[in-house]
Design a protein around this ligand. Sequence first.
Ligand SMILES: Nc1ncnc2c1ncn2[C@@H]1O[C@H](COP(=O)(O)OP(=O)(O)OP(=O)(O)O)[C@@H](O)[C@H]1O
Length: 256
Amino acid sequence: MGHELQDIWFSYGDRSVLSGVSLELESGLFHGVLGPNGSGKTTLLDLISGHLKPNKGRVFLEGRAVDKAARRELARKCALVPQDFRVNFPFTAAQVVMMGRYPHIGRFGAPSQEDWDMVEEAMESTGTRDFAQRNVTELSGGERQRVVFARALAQNAETLILDEATSNLDVRHTLALMRLAADKVREAGLTVISVMQDINLAARFCQSLLFLKNGKAAAHGPVDDILTEPVIQAVFEVKSKVYFDETIQRKQVVFL
Ligand SMILES: Nc1ncnc2c1ncn2[C@@H]1O[C@H](COP(=O)(O)OP(=O)(O)OP(=O)(O)O)[C@@H](O)[C@H]1O
């Protein structure tokens, strides 16, 4: 079991975005969600995390309807790293990471030592401790993205939902963040659902890929089965050569 989508239809006004998507994202795996711009990837994540409600169909998490769960309960189960995190108020980086603990702290409660320890650990693992006391409004795009990732780790949820979470990161920090997410899957049994533009990065770190095209699931399954030249042609309309890279022991793609 995991996240199950049953015949999901979704429109923004009269703009139809998803039409009849049914699939299951098994728990304990690193899932990559790929597809052309505007194909509905972010919308799909928002439906999975309960931030949007489908016009038709239902989303289930471990067999339970997401629209029946309280916001706080969902926040304890799913941590979201949005594509673009902006705040106007000058919170410090540490305060933003502590926001990840709010779903665990009672309404009128104060952070416990355990909450502070988890914030510290999340900042340590994302290399954000150096700017813990700086205002997030003054951080660079990549620094801010790592702080928001730390917030999601501090949330200690079973599912980590990443929306192009490495789009502003340099290659070293991109690899570090992907490795961290993959370690959480392997060692702690987390589920990661990650929208990614970089197919090679997805092929390297994900176990399962979902390709969206024109509001439908065009292909979905284990990386080795799904990542093929015909699928890339059908989804992105580009020619490619898919090969097995001996160095990283993963399929990779060269675009022609
Ligand atoms: N709030 C909104 N109101 C109206 N239309 C929207 C809204 N958000 C997204 N859309 C439209 O819905 C479609 C799907 O958007 P979505 O952000 O889910 O795509 P995406 O696959 O994540 O795209 P990208 O790769 O560019 O990030 C697009 O055509 C977009 O213009």
